[in-house]
Ligand binder design. Structure first.
Ligand SMILES: [Zn+2]
Length: 255
């Protein structure tokens, strides 16, 4: 572990803290840039010492200093998730594109939208169009700038999104949300083919295992509660991004 990696991780924590505040304020009419963070229960403005990512949460043991109401798990989870993603993408960038800082910038932006979508979907069970389309636009731009666009590859990489769209259409939204299909458009452009197919398969596998675990009673969630699928798609997208080189099960499609 080098200093630069520690700095990237801490930078990720700080960005994660900013993303948390977007998730809490998006669509509530409150400005993201304006106003200090407050306790949601008693409204006390938080001091700078209470705004240090993760550490403040640990020191305060997850409770407001004033009214001791619980602080949402989303704060440390969102911060850690962003820190880990930034670090992982940074290490990958060092291996593959160390001369091109713009690639890293795009990856950090893409990571940020993936975190936003994950947190928002868990909290509100919906993926805002603006988040899904921002991810799509960033994926498309980075493809356009850093590699050439192959139309056949583009067509194939959009098939998983089309599959999710048809699940949404034929189940009238019961099996799959429209937001999930829109998210996978970005996943397709970002990963290309066949990476995006791995992403889809992985997310179904992990989603199914998680569903079974929940049904077996590892948590208070019952079969009736709606489990958002977006976070599983994103987990699949991230895993496929890092490991699709070593997953060659489908490579015969592509030779
Ligand atoms: Zn409070």
């Amino acid at each position: 572990m080098q200093y630069i990696e520690i700095i990237v991780f801490l930078f990720g924590l700080a960005i994660g803290s900013f993303l948390n505040s977007i998730v809490f304020r998006y669509n509530t009419g409150e400005s993201v840039a304006n106003g200090r963070s407050r306790c949601f229960n008693c409204g006390r403005a938080l001091s700078w010492a209470e705004l240090i990512p993760v550490f403040s949460f640990l020191i305060l043991r997850g409770k407001c200093k004033n009214c001791s109401s619980k602080i949402s798990w989303q704060y440390p989870a969102g911060e850690l998730l962003t820190g880990i993603l930034f670090l992982a993408f940074f290490i990958e960038w060092q291996k593959k594109f160390p001369d091109n800082a713009a690639v890293l910038l795009f990856w950090f932006l893409i990571c940020s939208f993936l975190v936003l979508i994950t947190l928002y979907d868990i909290k509100h069970k919906i993926i805002p169009d603006s988040f899904a389309y921002s991810f799509l636009a960033l994926a498309f731009l980075s493809k356009f700038i850093f590699s050439e666009i192959n139309l056949l590859d583009l067509f194939l990489s959009l098939l998983p999104a089309a599959f999710l769209f048809s699940l949404w259409f034929f189940s009238k939204g019961r099996w799959m949300g429209l937001g999930d299909a829109k998210l996978m458009l970005g996943g397709g452009v970002f990963l290309g083919f066949p990476g995006v197919v791995y992403a889809l398969l992985l997310s179904f596998w992990i989603g199914a295992l998680a569903g079974i675990a929940l049904l077996l009673g590892f948590s208070g969630i019952t079969i009736k509660s709606e489990i958002p699928f977006g976070p599983f798609l994103i987990l699949g997208i991230v895993l496929a991004f890092f490991f699709s080189d070593s997953l060659s099960f489908f490579s015969f499609f592509y030779a």
